[in-house]
Unconditional design. Structure first.
Length: 322
């Protein structure tokens, strides 16, 4: 089942693929299924809606033939309008002679690897698809990266049947997540507004709360620095014993580094705390720089690592929306 790189760049090329491909026989006889390339991958196909509208499809909620690949409920066929709106790529020729291509991301919040591959192989030449920081983008030639949101719009029959806890993301009307481009020769220009990529969440430090422990944290880091060469962090049994002590102290099962923030703040303050050594082992085993300081850069690195570690375990940070 070879993957085919078609990348039709004009309406005429899409039309030619359709006209020069024989429909599939067998189980999909009389359904006008015309594969793009390898006939073993017949779910990747070109569909004719009218003389002025063709779709490049890859199966899914929107597909009138291959939607059973994904849908587990009562069989139903999406309307033609839903199929056109939700297709990964829709080519149209308008009455004024212009051509547009509309591109849509996968449906739902998950990763849609086969959909991404399909777009990569079927977008017009000169138009690229790429992923950055878990988000999908379209770039025309060397222009601006245009965010392509994931689609939350599903056909009405899917929306009506799948209203359960894990499908609250679904929308029964178009969510405006598609990008449309007008072709002018070899140039594609975005039609309408671009979509804004969501900002990543931010981690904020409660500096006021942390300041109360400044001297205690400095003293604890100095103590860990002195102890680090003697800690047997390469010995799995030794690390496990330290973890057992922490779990037993606060009656907790699981990984020993998941210590309650209030308890960790007590460890920092009290020099005779029973868990002071065990948490030092946790830090040194996770951040080994402190065991082999060779330069001032290493000293700075240790401070950075200690800050990250102490912020996490003492509960000095919180995550907020971007």
């Amino acid at each position: 089942m070879a993957m085919y790189w078609a990348k039709p760049t004009t309406f005429a090329e899409v039309e030619s693929i359709y006209n020069n491909t024989k429909p599939m026989r067998g189980r999909n006889k009389d359904k006008d299924v015309r594969p793009i390339g390898d006939r073993a991958r017949d779910h990747e196909r070109v569909k004719k809606i009218s003389a002025n509208c063709y779709l490049l499809m890859n199966g899914g909620y929107y597909d009138d033939v291959f939607q059973w690949y994904y849908f587990r409920g009562k069989p139903a066929i999406p309307t033609q309008a839903e199929t056109v709106a939700l297709a990964p790529i829709c080519w149209k020729r308008h009455s004024d002679g212009t051509e547009t291509v509309t591109i849509r991301n996968g449906i739902g919040n998950g990763a849609h690897m086969s959909h991404y591959s399909f777009l990569d192989r079927m977008l017009p030449r000169g138009m690229g698809f790429f992923i950055q920081n878990g988000k999908q983008y379209i770039r025309v030639d060397a222009g601006e990266a245009l965010y392509l949101p994931k689609c939350m719009y599903v056909p009405r029959h899917i929306f009506d049947q799948e209203r359960i806890r894990y499908t609250e993301w679904m929308r029964a009307t178009d969510d405006g997540s598609a990008l449309t481009f007008r072709r002018n020769g070899d140039v594609f220009t975005l039609v309408g507004d671009k979509c804004d990529a969501p900002k990543p969440p931010r981690t904020l430090v409660n500096k006021k709360q942390k300041a109360k422990y400044k001297d205690a944290m400095t003293g604890y880091l100095e103590w860990i620095s002195a102890m680090a060469p003697m800690l047997q962090v390469d010995d799995w049994k030794y690390r496990s014993e330290m973890g057992r002590q922490i779990r037993e102290f606060h009656n907790e099962s699981g990984y020993y580094h998941k210590i309650p923030p209030k308890l960790m703040r007590d460890v920092v303050i009290k020099q005779d705390h029973p868990l002071r050594l065990a948490m030092a082992v946790d830090f040194v085993s996770h951040y080994g720089t402190i065991r082999n300081i060779q330069s001032q850069a290493d000293v700075s690195q240790v401070r950075t690592e200690f800050n990250r570690w102490i912020n996490k375990h003492c509960g000095f940070t919180k995550t907020v929306k971007g």
